[in-house]
Design a protein around this ligand. Structure first.
Ligand code: NAD
Ligand code: IPM
Ligand code: MN
Length: 364
């Protein structure tokens, strides 16, 4: 297997978690003889400082020529005063469009070992395991016209039938391989875009008779997610609602630092942890690297189709958690708080052992 992977560390804790994710990638390549070539490029505030733009042409071209892209995070308070189109985040928003992945897969589950790190009583959250399928290239984020004057500002929420249908198909496919329930989330009691969304999802659902479909308003969904998270299997929703609900779903996992994501369906798949640049803890070697490492597992599974390798990476994360090692954001009584680099090291160590074990098993 030969993959050309572009690494975009970005800003804040992005480079810190990227180092650990890259180690895991390297180990998988070495252990299984895959040629996983990686190269780093600048994006976000790091690119603004060095190249005067949040998405340099060199970065964009490298991404377009790659098999997959892994991004850390973008965003820096030093640039918060800039207009939206010039901010570090604009680099990521433009990259997403260029790569074309319209279906943003954001899984969130409650690991047995982390139940105590969630804000839930165990019986409320045990078994929670959901996948948010967030439409990534439409809606308020990209709708035209948009604009601002000193006293007023506006954005446009716009969706076409085909934009809804293509992401809906991804959600039904995913649900077919999971527990067979799609919850389509909208605000069809108020918004025209949501009425189109609902009608289109109904149409698409007819091709998937084995998947159950329910519609839910986004406010009710936020409540249900808080009260009864195990209800959900696949949540299908538009860009802004998906952004918000996926941060909320972090509560199931114990921290936003746990959540990985994949943006698929376009020219080049893009992988990124769901969290941001976390300026409040940047540079302290305290960031949770598991979301970034789990994004590597998603890359191995979805783009490289290396199921065994992806399972091993996920199991290595579980091993480290079961051993009681925790990043600061998941600290609980009886656990050992470890740094970003210690956790990355522990994952690669566990992964090495799992791989040795598997090789020994197959040699028998
Ligand atoms: P954030 O996700 O960066 O941080 C929210 C809170 O979660 C903070 O307290 C932070 O310390 C904590 N946190 C986040 N990731 C963590 C990790 N891996 N380990 C431990 N704690 C973690 O969101 P924010 O503060 O709203 O945004 C900060 C910047 O990041 C902004 O510029 C924003 O635009 C950007 N952002 C970027 C992305 C991305 O690159 N995909 C995503 C979200 C936010
Ligand atoms: C995310 C982030 C981004 C988004 C920002 C940084 C543009 O919050 O990936 O969830 O809103 O999509
Ligand atoms: Mn977000």
């Amino acid at each position: 297997m030969r993959l050309k992977i572009v690494l975009l560390p970005g800003d804040g804790i992005g480079p810190e978690v990227m180092v650990q994710a890259a180690r895991v990638l390297q180990l998988v390549g070495d252990a299984f003889g895959h040629q996983l070539h990686s190269a780093q490029f600048a994006i976000g505030a790091a690119a603004l400082r060095r190249h005067g733009t949040a998405l340099p042409t060199e970065t964009l071209n490298a991404c377009l020529g790659s098999t997959a892209v892994l991004l850390g995070a973008v965003g820096d308070p030093a640039f918060d005063h800039l207009a939206a189109e010039n901010r570090p985040e604009s680099g990521l928003l433009k990259l997403r469009v260029a790569l074309g992945g319209f279906a943003n897969l954001r899984p969130a589950r409650t690991e047995e070992a982390l139940i105590d790190a969630t804000p839930y009583r165990p019986e409320r959250v045990a078994g929670a395991d959901l996948l948010i399928v967030r439409e990534l290239l439409g809606g308020l984020y990209y709708g035209q016209p948009r604009g601002a004057s000193p006293d007023a500002a506006f954005n446009t929420m716009r969706y076409t039938r085909e934009e809804v249908a293509r992401v809906a198909r991804v959600a039904f496919e995913q649900a077919g391989r999971r527990r067979g329930l799609v919850t389509s989330v909208d605000k069809a009691n108020v918004l025209e875009t949501s009425q189109l969304w609902r009608a289109t999802v109904d149409d698409v659902s007819r091709a998937y008779p084995h998947v159950r479909l329910e519609h839910m308003y986004v406010d009710a969904c936020a409540m249900r997610l808080a009260f009864e998270p195990p209800h959900f299997d696949v949540i299908l929703t538009e860009n802004t609602f998906g952004d918000i609900l996926s941060d909320q779903a972090a509560a199931l996992a114990g921290s936003i630092g746990m959540l990985p994501s994949a943006s698929v369906g376009g020219r080049v798949d893009l992988y990124e942890p769901v969290h941001g640049s976390a300026p409040d803890i940047a540079g302290l070697n305290r960031a949770n690297p598991f979301g970034a490492i789990a994004s590597v597992a998603m890359m191995l599974r979805h783009t490289a189709r290396l199921t065994r390798e992806a399972d091993l990476v996920e199991n290595a994360i579980r091993h480290v958690l079961s051993a009681g090692m925790r990043p600061a954001d998941l600290a609980a009584p009886g656990t050992l708080v470890s740094s970003t680099s210690e956790l990355g090291e522990a994952v690669t160590h566990a992964l090495g052992e799992l791989i040795d074990h598997q090789h020994a098993y197959h040699a028998v």
